[in-house]
Each structure stands twice: as structure tokens, then as C-alpha cells.
Design a protein around this ligand. Structure first.
Ligand code: C2E
Ligand code: MG
Ligand code: MG
Length: 604
């Protein structure tokens, strides 16, 4: 058995076995009692006090000499002190110690009670009293520990209060809201539609925080909370869900209609600017509304439905509201099932990487390949990335998936470097440019916004390169223009870090993301990939040819190489050649193919 060593051990929290060991009056035990912040006293089987620690003297305001050898009832309340049970019904002096002894081993092993200790100045301390029988020869004793738990309880209560209230806006917290919503749902459980939840999310709040600072962001949230409070009915609940999200609960026969009316009112009041740090700030919110139904009868389900509707409002451009309905329900179910099976796709090896050659437009030789992921879905067959990459992005699964694609691409490139070639030559579709670049070519890998935001991205890329032992400058990382423009400053810092690894960087889908030229110049990029939407219209629409020409000229001025995406016809290829475009990829040359279906041709 272990005995506590030094410090201020608390017997109250030790196991029963250890308590017994303690009570053999070892020196260690005596020292522990003397040092403990808990008061200790002992009563013999005749009710006489036989131990009374120094802490007991302080807590119970009695001298040891006054009480040792006397009846337990000597601790009866006096004008200095009373110790009464928490509900006020029992005084400590009436504590039924005899009961414990009489029951002996058959009875309760220990008793724990709370008492309030009130001194002559009416100061109250909350005490936890733990008592237990110490069996012994010739007679048993009762040991009692008294611990002042006032501070612990105060902290617990403060914690509980902060748990239930948001300290910034002073609104009920998400926990509190969930309680209130649960009760509302119980009250109206027989009648669907009598409870409605609005989930409001501030549009582009991050931009506001970044441009005006976090203090201003906080101020804006407080102002917004006040505006929301000012328009709801007294019985509606407004709560802070967290971050820049607020929840409103409406109850009653017309809950759905009230919620819609409120959503419109919210847009109206937010059309007026809020004064934040002396500036006029305009904020808008996207609102999702869900009403109780047989399908959403608990708080979590209703909030989750409101959340789905809020995302729909965001997808439609923000600053609007959307109602949760059956079609949204179907979408959520489909997405959830996609999410679940995507989780398993990696584990079950269902993802595959296809490669699409990139061709030099001068030599018409393959100079690289772009790695493009596909999902070999057990029921739905080969799925294109557009059908699952957005979900992978939303769930964050793109981070492990992206790392897997990266590793696979680097390993494949390394095997080409080593001179191994695709094995299924007979199965090659009849495409004139289905070649890998041979040793020394490039492999291009797409990185999503979530991956750029992943703190481990640089380490992940470094590891993939090291594991494959390919040259770092054979790897081109593609980031779409819209990802770069989402948070240019943050992207710039990640790209600079990636660049130190010696890799090349490309801006993908260029022309679709409203780049600011000032930023393009700042980014450490090597390649611009002109989006296929412009390339495919070249020859049909003059303005698209003009855009492609402008991008090629701009890129060359900045010292970048230009790749045209989506080249499907010889005419498009010839126009690109005449415009001085460096490289191209597209169905004219080859569809994306599995590594095993690409031929290795010597790039002589
Ligand atoms: P992207 O990076 O712009 O890739 C080019 C897309 O254009 C590919 O679509 C390719 O198959 C398609 N394409 C190539 N040539 C032609 C053509 O001549 N005509 C037409 N109409 N299309 C052509 P895919 O493979 O469906 O990929 C779509 C997008 O999915 C990619 O666009 C990329 O943004 C994303 N993606 C693919 N793999 C990954 C990945 O591993 N990670 C991430 N984050 N995104 C990926
Ligand atoms: Mg790409
Ligand atoms: Mg692209």
C-alpha cells in the first residue's frame, strides 16, 4: 500500500484502503494531518473526541485542550460558530457518528455531507465533511475530515455561469440556448412547427476582423447582439452560438412565420451602419431557419438544420435567409453519406491518381504531367474530383487526401525517373500524346485552400519529396487563383515557405479569380495556367482570344511560363502557338490516364 509522501495530502480523496493504512498512527500520518488544509478529528466508540488537528482548531474555533477527551456534543453551536447541514436541517453536533460505528462493517463505509459553517460575523464557509469508521482493537473509532470547499464551489459556479452566458455580448451561450430549445421542444412535442430556430452568421466577418482589428470585431459583435435583441419579441431568445454566429428561438403557433419576419427585419436593421471604433461599419448576415418537425424533434437536429439552411443562404451570395426544407434535407443526407464513404475511401484504397500530359508548344514534346485524383467508388464507379473534392474541402478530409495524392505523384515521378514504364501498353487509348515525360520531367499537383491553411503543409511537401528522392524542382504545386485571392497575405507567406523547398509554384485556373495584379507580382510563382473556359472559346469569341493574349503577355512580362488548359482542337493549339504560349494540356493531346496507361517515350 502506498502512503502519501510529504505535502498536504488529503485523505478525503484517497481510497478506503489507504485511509485505513493512514490511521495506523505512523509518524508519517501525524505529519500529514498536521500539514493538511483539511481539519481532522477522531471520536472513540464512546463518543469522546480523541484527535483534533491544528486545522480543526482554526476551522471550528475550539482549542484542542478544550475538546480532547470531551463528548462530541461539545462541538454544539455556540455564539462563535455553528455548523449546519447545507439544507439547514441538521447541526454538525447532532451528527450521527454512533450510527456509523453500530453498523460497523455491514454499514456504509463512509458518509459525505456538506455543512455551512457560520461564524459570529455571519461569514459562511461551505464545508465538506467525510467520516468513516476505523475498525480497531479493542474498539473502533470514527475519523472525520472537514474540508473548506467554499472557493472550489465559487469557482465551479463562476465556471457554470460563464458556460451559460457569453461574457462578450452577455447573451445566453450555446449551452443555455440548447437547454431552452430542448424545453421548448418538449412543451410543443405534439404539434410540429411551433418552434423555430434562426441561425445568423455574419458575412465576411473575418475580413472585418482583419481590417479593423479584433477589438473592433468584438465591438461589432456586441452592437449586432444589441440590434438583434432590439427587434425580437420579449419571449424570444437571442443567444451567441460562438464566433460570429447568433441563434434566435421563436415559439408559438406562428413560429415559422415569426422567424421569416424576423429574418427580414434583421436585414433591414443591418442596412444601417454600426458605429465601431468611431467608424461606420456595415455588416450583413446569412440566416438559416428551421422549424420543429417529426424529422427534427431534438435541439441538435434543429440547430443542424438551421445551419444547413444558413450555408445555402451563404452559397446564394449571403445577406439573405433560407428555410430548411425537404430538398435541403435530401442534399444533407446525400452529403452526409458522401462524407462517410469518403472517410473510408482512403483507408480502403479507393482513390487513384490519373496523369494528364503537359506539352511544350514549340517542340510538341511532353514536358510534364498533372496529377488528377479520381475515386473508384464501390457503387458509383469512377468519380471525377468535382463530385467529391468540394465535400473533402468542407470536411477537411482534403488534407489527408491531398497528402496521399502528393505522395503518390512523387513516387510515380520517381519511378519514371528510374526509367520504369507503364505496363499496360496494349490498353492505351488511341491518343497521340499519351506519354510520360521521361526522366527529368515535371509533375504538377493541385493544392486546395484547406491544404494551404494546414500548418503542416510545408513539412508534408518536404516529406513527400524526400521519400521519393525526386528533385524538388520537378514538383509544381498548383494553387487556384481564387484560393490565392481568398486571403492573399496568408497565401503569400505559405508560398514563400514552400518556395524554400525548391519546388515550382503555379497559379491554376487563372482568369477566374479576379487577381489583383499587384499581388500577382508579389507571389513567388513560376507558372500561370490559363483557365480552360477562355482557351475553349478561342477562335469562337474574339474577346477570349484577346484575354488569353493579354494573360500570356502579362505572364511573360512577369517572367512566368504560361500553360493553356483545356486544349481540344488543332485550331486552338495553333492560335496558342501564334500567341507565344509556352505549354498546353488538353484532350487534343491526351485525357488524364492512369500511370500504367502512359507510355514512356525518350525525350530526345
Ligand atoms: P484543374 O486542376 O484545373 O485540372 C484540369 C481539369 O481539366 C481536369 O479535370 C482535366 O481532366 C480537365 N481537362 C483537361 N483537359 C481538358 C480538355 O481538353 N477539355 C476539358 N473540358 N477538360 C479538360 P478533373 O480531372 O475533373 O479535375 C477537376 C478539378 O479538380 C481540377 O481542376 C482540380 O482543381 C481538382 N482536382 C483534381 N485533383 C485534385 C487533387 O488531387 N487535389 C485537389 N485539391 N484538387 C484536385
Ligand atoms: Mg490543376
Ligand atoms: Mg485548372
Amino acid at each position: 500500500m502506498t502512503k502519501p509522501k510529504g505535502g498536504t495530502p488529503s485523505i478525503i480523496s484517497t481510497s478506503q484502503g489507504e485511509q485505513m493504512a493512514f490511521l495506523e498512527r505512523s509518524d508519517e500520518f501525524i505529519r500529514a494531518v498536521a500539514a493538511s488544509f483539511d481539519a481532522y478529528l477522531e471520536i472513540d466508540r464512546n463518543g469522546k473526541i480523541c484527535e483534533f488537528s491544528r486545522r480543526a482548531e482554526q476551522l471550528l474555533l475550539r482549542d484542542r485542550s478544550e475538546v480532547v477527551g470531551r463528548e462530541f456534543s461539545v462541538l454544539a453551536p455556540n455564539e462563535d460558530l455553528d455548523l449546519i447541514s447545507n439544507n439547514g436541517s441538521e447541526s454538525f453536533a447532532n451528527f450521527e457518528w454512533q450510527h456509523l460505528i453500530e453498523m460497523g462493517p455491514r454499514g456504509p463505509i463512509s458518509l459525505t455531507k456538506e455543512y455551512v459553517l457560520v461564524d459570529s460575523q455571519n461569514k459562511e464557509l461551505l464545508c465538506e465533511v467525510v467520516s468513516f469508521v476505523v475498525p480497531g482493537e479493542p474498539s473502533s473509532r470514527v475519523a472525520i475530515w472537514i474540508r473548506d470547499i467554499s472557493d472550489i464551489r465559487r469557482n465551479e459556479e463562476a465556471l457554470a455561469a460563464s458556460f451559460l452566458h457569453d461574457p462578450l455580448t452577455n447573451l445566453p451561450s450555446r449551452t443555455m440556448f440548447t437547454y431552452q430549445l430542448s424545453y421548448a421542444l418538449v412543451r410543443h412535442q405534439d404539434i410540429p412547427g411551433r418552434v423555430a430556430v434562426l441561425l445568423c452568421d455574419v458575412d465576411r466577418f473575418k475580413g472585418l476582423n482583419d481590417s479593423l482589428g479584433h477589438d473592433a470585431g468584438d465591438e461589432a459583435l456586441v452592437a449586432l447582439a444589441q440590434r438583434l435583441k432590439s427587434i425580437v419579441r420579449p419571449k424570444d431568445v437571442v443567444a451567441r452560438f460562438g464566433g460570429d454566429e447568433f441563434l434566435i428561438l421563436c415559439e408559438g403557433p406562428l413560429a415559422g412565420a415569426t422567424a421569416t419576419h424576423l429574418a427580414k427585419r434583421i436585414s433591414e436593421i443591418l442596412s444601417q451602419p454600426m458605429a465601431v471604433k468611431g467608424q461606420d461599419v456595415y455588416a450583413s448576415v446569412s440566416i438559416g431557419i428551421a422549424t420543429s418537425s417529426t424529422n427534427a424533434s431534438d435541439a441538435a437536429a434543429l440547430i443542424s438544420n438551421a445551419d444547413s439552411a444558413m450555408y445555402l443562404a451563404k452559397r446564394r451570395g449571403g445577406n439573405r435567409y433560407a428555410m430548411f426544407n425537404d430538398s435541403l434535407r435530401t442534399e444533407v443526407v446525400t452529403r452526409t453519406s458522401l462524407e462517410n464513404s469518403l472517410h473510408r475511401a482512403l483507408e480502403r484504397d479507393e482513390l487513384v491518381v490519373y496523369f494528364q500530359p503537359v506539352v511544350n508548344l514549340n517542340s510538341l514534346k511532353v514536358v510534364g504531367v498533372e496529377a488528377l485524383v479520381r475515386w473508384n467508388h464501390p457503387d458509383q464507379g469512377l468519380m471525377a474530383p468535382d463530385s467529391f473534392i468540394p465535400t473533402a474541402e468542407e470536411t477537411g478530409l482534403i488534407v489527408p487526401i491531398g497528402a496521399w495524392v502528393l505522395n503518390c505523384a512523387c513516387q510515380t515521378m520517381e519511378s519514371w525517373n528510374q526509367g520504369s514504364q507503364g505496363s499496360n501498353h496494349d490498353e492505351i487509348p488511341c491518343e497521340p500524346f499519351a506519354y510520360t515525360p521521361g526522366s527529368g520531367g515535371l509533375v504538377e499537383v493541385n493544392l486546395s485552400g484547406r491544404q494551404i491553411g494546414d500548418p503542416d503543409i510545408v513539412a508534408t511537401v518536404a516529406e513527400a519529396i524526400n521519400k521519393s528522392s525526386m528533385r524538388p524542382d520537378q514538383l509544381v504545386l498548383e494553387i487556384t487563383e481564387s484560393t490565392l485571392m481568398d486571403d492573399p497575405e496568408a497565401a503569400l507567406s505559405v508560398l514563400e515557405d514552400l518556395k524554400t523547398l525548391g519546388v515550382k509554384l503555379a497559379v491554376d485556373d487563372f482568369g477566374t479569380g479576379f487577381s489583383s495584379l499587384a499581388y500577382l507580382h508579389k507571389f513567388p510563382i513560376d507558372v500561370l495556367k490559363v483557365d480552360k473556359s477562355f482557351v475553349m472559346e478561342m477562335g469562337n469569341r474574339d474577346e477570349d482570344t484577346a484575354i488569353v493574349r493579354a494573360v500570356i503577355d502579362l505572364g511573360h512580362t512577369l517572367g512566368l511560363e504560361i500553360v493553356a488548359e483545356g486544349v481540344e482542337t488543332s485550331n486552338q493549339m495553333e492560335i496558342l502557338q501564334s500567341l507565344g504560349c509556352d505549354m498546353a494540356q488538353g484532350y487534343l493531346f491526351s485525357h488524364p490516364l492512369p500511370a500504367s496507361s502512359l507510355l514512356v517515350l525518350e525525350n530526345s
